[in-house]
Design a protein around this ligand. Structure first.
Ligand code: GTP
Ligand code: MG
Length: 195
């Protein structure tokens, strides 16, 4: 996929704030600080269009990025950040529930996990939730630069088992640092957008 144009469109905490401009959407879900925003930036080859950082919880709203004037990446706020208050946590839940249950433009979710870590209970819940809703989900195991390539299968098998995926080769190893997996991710997104 050639990225001709990528621009930030909107941030939203409820459906009234979603962009009206219709077009298919691919949302990024994953633990806080796992690398969702970095994956978007790498994908569109921009340093910091999607804001990234070391502080978990950097992305607190749904952020919409319009790609090639055709489709959107939706950067979802991360889950599993222990320090947020109960209030913030319940707001997060409502925000996600509203998006997943009302957004007809949603075509698929890229669930981002850290290749080094066994998925958390929240990762498992998210995977199960998306499956129950019949939302297509692609698992990307990011920060693959942190592990030698020869070791990837070992780690991907742990992730597959924990998320109940039938085959670890369904998981896409990725690195926003090295660009590993970028071509495959571009292909996967193209496929999602053509069905
Ligand atoms: P929230 O917005 O808080 O949910 O986080 P996020 O999932 O958007 O994570 P973000 O992209 O901001 O990245 C968090 C940290 O991980 C940053 O310091 C990134 O530089 C680092 N990071 C992200 N992807 C990679 C990667 O592929 N490899 C390495 N080594 N570091 C990465
Ligand atoms: Mg982010």
């Amino acid at each position: 996929m050639i990225i001709r144009k990528a621009e930030y469109t909107a941030s939203a905490v409820n459906r009234q704030q979603y962009p009206e401009n219709s077009g298919p959407e691919i949302a990024l879900a994953g633990r806080s600080n796992v690398g969702k925003s970095s994956l978007i930036n790498k994908f569109i080859n921009r340093k910091n269009l999607a804001r990234t950082g070391n502080t978990p919880g950097k992305t607190q709203m749904l952020n919409f990025y319009h790609i090639n004037d055709e489709w959107f990446f939706v950067d979802l706020p991360g889950y599993g950040y222990a320090k947020v208050s109960k209030d913030v946590h319940s707001r997060w839940g409502k925000m996600m529930e509203e998006y997943f249950s009302t957004r007809e433009n949603l075509r698929a979710v890229i669930q981002v996990v850290d290749i080094r870590h066994k998925p958390s209970a929240e990762d498992q819940e998210m995977q199960a939730f998306l499956r129950t809703r019949g939302i297509p989900v692609l698992v990307a195991a990011t920060k693959a630069d942190k592990i030698a390539r020869g070791q990837w299968p070992k780690y991907l098998k742990v992730i597959a088992e924990s998320l109940n995926l039938p085959d670890w080769q369904m998981i896409l190893p990725f690195s926003a640092e090295s660009g590993n997996g970028l071509d495959d991710l571009h292909k996967a997104v193209e496929e999602i957008l053509t069905v």
